[in-house]
Write a protein that binds this ligand. Sequence first.
Ligand code: GDD
Ligand code: MG
Length: 355
Amino acid sequence: MEAIIVAGGLGTRLRPLTVNAPKHLLPVAGIPFVGHQLAKLAEAGVARVLLATSYHADQFEPELGDGRAWGVELVYATEEQPLGTGGAIRNVASRLESAADEPIVILNGDILSGHDLPAQVQHHREAGADVTLHLVEVADARAYGCVPTEDGRVTAFHEKSPDPVSRQINAGCYVFRRAVVDKIPPDRVVSVERETFPGLVAAGAMVLGYVDRRYWVDVGTPATLCRASSDVVRGIASSAAFRAVPGELFMASDASLAVGASASGGSSLGSGSFVDVDTVVEGSLIARGAKVGAGSHLVNSVIGPGAQVGSGVVLRDAVVGDHAVVGDGCELLAGARVWVGAHIPPGAVRFSSDM
Ligand code: GDD
Ligand code: MG
């Protein structure tokens, strides 16, 4: 079986973490995010994955290689100009090897999901469907594609509706009959959510919902990225790519935690990172080469690669961009984001503004 991952978005909501890297390669439990998806696809019997990239396209192949490490063959395709989700899928159609009636798995490249993918494919095959969408339920559907169904058949697709008609949403994992991929118009921007799905439903195509309410998260914001990483580390979300024993902390082999410092809540310490004495790290993600000084307290925060956090610093729900410096005694709370390379002077107390 073949799969396509659409991985060309700008990751705007994750800035500044996505200034120098695509969100799909941000570390989650010590692994570039898309690695979790590749391992899940391999486990479900997918042998060949086409990765549709655009933003920071050159960074994917050096990180992911030929795919063998994840159990798949990986084929890279880059859009010169982003073509949208549907355009990205259509852009790789000529490189698919499957026959017209074969199922193709298509994934948004920012979804961590525990759903039963083989069961979704089987549902699609048995029904002879055109497209089968994985659906989940969320408390607030406004930020998603709202997908009402009747007897398992999708009756409408409302992308980011301010007034959603149901709490059932598109979970970003589709099975397409290959011939349906070929019918997307070529060489122009197409949104699969705003154009392809509503068009298929209006034309009476067989578009099915596959409801599976197991673990699911879109890692598109710092809060959800942090949560996904901590859930994988603690074993709350399972990932075939994560080979360590689940627990309170994941540390790269060359990361260091000083005696008297503690890290828990599924925190993750990247390669070459360092946490100094008496510092407490909870549910946080510390990227490669980042340093945290003594007596600091980090909760649900993300520290970018090479950033330096001083001593006696409090970070709660904060993001520190690559190579930024946070001075001693700073307190950054409630969604505060420190820009790439910024220097926050010692003792600054900031709440939720961008810096
Ligand atoms: N190659 C390519 N080119 N990929 C793109 C492009 C593009 O022009 N635009 C977006 N993508 C990729 C993103 O990188 C991401 O992996 C995926 O398409 C979805 O884009 P997001 O920007 O993450 O969309 P969203 O989270 O707001 O909404 C989507 O996901 C929701 C589930 O999390 C939609 O599919 C919703 O319907 C869905 O509910
Ligand atoms: Mg998303």
